[in-house]
Design a protein around this ligand. Sequence first.
Ligand code: IFM
Length: 440
Amino acid sequence: MAGVQGFPEGFVWGASTAAYQIEGAATADGRGPSVWDTFTSQPGRIADGSTGDHACDHYHRYPEDVALMADLGIGAYRFSLSWSRIQPDGSGLANPAGLAFYDRLTDELLSRGIQPVVNLYHWDLPQALEDTGGWLNRDTAARFADYARIASQALGDRVALWSTLNEPFEHMALGHALGVHAPGRTLALEALPAGHHQLLAHGLAVQVLSETSPAPVMLINSYSPARPASDDEADIFAAGMYDLLQNRLLTDPVLLGSYPAELGELPFVADGDLATIAQPLDYLGVNYYQPHTVRATSDGPLPFDIASPPGYPQTAFGWSVVPDGLRETLTALRDRYGDALPPLYVTENGCAYNDTVDAAGECADPARVTYLDGHINAVRDAIADGVDVRGYFVWSLLDNFEWAEGYTKRFGLVHVDYDTQRRTPKSSYSWYRDLITGKS
Ligand code: IFM
């Protein structure tokens, strides 16, 4: 296959999903409840009152989904494991039936020539661990290391690339500070230990994975350039604070072995934690959607408000389409971390639109094509500027359960009819296939 112009030989083109967002089969084969099962069962939490109980039924339909990936021509597929399928209570013996699903999926991918990129944790903590304090409890990090060992012993001979956690910052902020995601805690800045304990879990898991599997390891973080809403000193200060939290808080300890000095002493950081967290990392995963405009406020739980920057086209989520923000994100990481920065993968990038299937059975999504084209060009620009980027994964392969928005936001290259489970590749799917197979 010819490489895509402007991208290095061997650059990986992929697509991403996450367990709770696509698998369904919530109680199949001994799966235990996660915080998302609990959260979605509480009235008023999810925009359309839905749950991930059935989602895309990927648990049963994975052969069809892997066939779609093969036709798409992706070289790698990033998915997450459901911890509570593998350890229903988050600790103790593995559930063989749960592991067997990931075993089948991994083999199916490999039989189609698709590299499995396996993320251990995408926000679905086993409820039993939440009941003992969840990510506010240091012990959850040790439980995560045990779980990583089980996953690695089962799949580590075939996984191409591991990721420990997806977006620990969003999980801390949305789930523990603001309460709009599971587990629904509203701790504002008191949520910081939930971020620290996730990083501790990451560091312990990197140790386990490097002992038990030959595959390289990454951590996936979300990044967003911060822009002050005005020239006002308070807004400039607020933008700096947001930048520190979103872009540095959970990256500095991993790459530099220290929290940003501005934070001062953090009482929840124990002796030795930072050395554990700063394990050598093979890659860093970068998730990017949009920059944020930041305004100082004294009205909310946090001292600032963030918004989508004005003056750009917007997705159906109201997020601004700013492709250059991805170039800015990638170059800013290089400039901040220098030699401490491992090579990067763009592990999520994509957009939600109100896609529908027409009478002829087609699903046209030209706005997504424009979005992807712009952002892929931004990655090309970053590479031309010397940033070492090794791959790009679209979020998402399939329309899926978009957390607090339920099924109201469609991010997929493939449309999913949730009543019939019919999959319809969108025009962006054909466009992406042509790009990565060198036809466009
Ligand atoms: O759907 C999510 C994904 O789970 C994590 N990153 C952002 C996506 C879009 O909101």
